[in-house]
Structure formats: structure tokens, C-alpha cells
Write a protein that binds this ligand. Structure first.
Ligand SMILES: [Zn+2]
Length: 194
């Protein structure tokens, strides 16, 4: 159902003449060492930042995904975009986030645009209170639970160079690395023979 909704969204978005200023960014994939970079705080809220945010939304919706950290497009400042709504009509920008309170725990089967095709159960807080800044640098407080809380915690991990596969055992993580390497080899051979 979600996949169908996304498809409709993407088609109608394309029909509504896409903003020519927006561009897809390349998503860095595990085990690329750039994903281990610790992001610095955003200090300049200017047109360049707005452009990057627009590109990140375009890239996230196209993938499709429900969240994207700047780290994943090789920009190492503390910036996240997400949209966990089924209709893909609730975009959120979270800048310089800090978790100031968290409660409970939940297990959710997570995936990641930087670890394509891999899904694994990860335990995280059930609810979080986050202090952050919005696209203009104004203070922002977010009370999140359920999927939104999972997504925020997952994306915030990216900003400190952490990936959801880090929660797996070393053996499982090695299997993920091998599976991705195999996927890439297969994709390359298809491209070469096309
Ligand atoms: Zn991710």
C-alpha cells in the first residue's frame, strides 16, 4: 500500500513540472568511510543551505526513503530531512538536533538508503524529546514517538558516523558487507552487458 502511494506521489510530482533548481544527490553507501564522518553544527542558514535541503528531499523521495541525513550525501553538518507520513506530505527539517529526554524502548525493523536491501531489528527509545533548529535557525522542539522517534534516532546516528548495522553482531555486519559487495558486482555486470 505504501509503495503504491509513493508511486502515485512521484508520478504526480513529476507531472507538476519539477523545480529545475532541485537536483538528486548521490547517496554514499556502506562501507564507504565517509559515512563515519562526525558532522559539525550548522552555523550558516543561507540560500545554499536551503538548496541543499531541497536536494535532500528530492533525493529522499526519489529513493524512496523516509529520512536522510546530510552525512549520506557527503555533507558533514548536522542536518536531517524526513517524512514518515504515508501520503509523503509532511516534510520535516531538523538542524543541530539534541535528544534532551527519552523514554521506553521499541524494536523496529530498520533499513537505510546507505545500506540498500538490508533490514534488521534495532532497539531504540520509544519516545524522544528533541531540541533543534529549523530551516531559518529558529529553535524547534519535537516530541516524537513510534516510527518518527525511530527515524529521528536513526538519522541522528548518521551525524556521529554511526549506522544501524553497527547494532548487529560483527558476524552479521560482515555478512551485510559481503551481500552488498555481491549486489554491486551483479549490478556492474548487468551494466557492462547492457
Ligand atoms: Zn540511514
Amino acid at each position: 500500500m505504501l509503495a503504491v502511494d509513493l508511486k502515485i506521489y512521484r508520478n504526480s510530482a513529476l507531472r507538476a513540472s519539477p523545480d529545475p533548481l532541485m537536483a538528486l544527490r548521490e547517496i554514499v553507501e556502506f562501507p564507504d568511510p565517509r559515512l563515519r564522518t562526525k558532522a559539525r553544527p550548522v552555523t550558516v542558514f543561507d540560500a545554499q543551505l536551503t538548496q541543499l535541503i531541497a536536494d535532500m528531499f528530492e533525493t529522499m523521495y526519489e529513493a524512496p526513503g523516509i529520512g536522510l541525513a546530510a552525512t549520506q550525501v557527503d555533507f558533514h553538518q548536522q542536518l536531517l530531512v524526513l517524512d514518515v507520513s504515508e501520503e509523503k506530505n509532511a516534510p520535516m527539517v531538523i538542524i543541530n538536533p539534541r535528544i534532551v529526554d527519552s523514554k521506553g524502548s521499541q524494536v523496529y525493523q530498520e533499513g537505510c538508503l546507505s545500506v540498500p536491501g538490508i533490514f534488521a531489528d534495532v532497539e531504540r527509545a520509544e519516545s524522544v524529546r528533541v531540541e533543534a533548529q529549523d530551516i531559518d535557525g529558529k529553535p524547534l522542539v519535537i516530541e516524537a514517538d513510534g516510527l518518527l522517534a525511530v527515524c529521528i534516532q536513526h538519522e541522528m546516528d548518521h551525524l556521529v558516523g554511526k549506522l544501524f548495522v553497527d547494532y548487529l553482531s560483527p558476524l552479521k555486519r560482515e555478512l551485510v558487507r559481503k551481500k552488498l559487495a555481491k549486489q554491486r558486482r551483479n549490478a556492474d555486470s548487468v551494466a557492462a552487458s547492457a
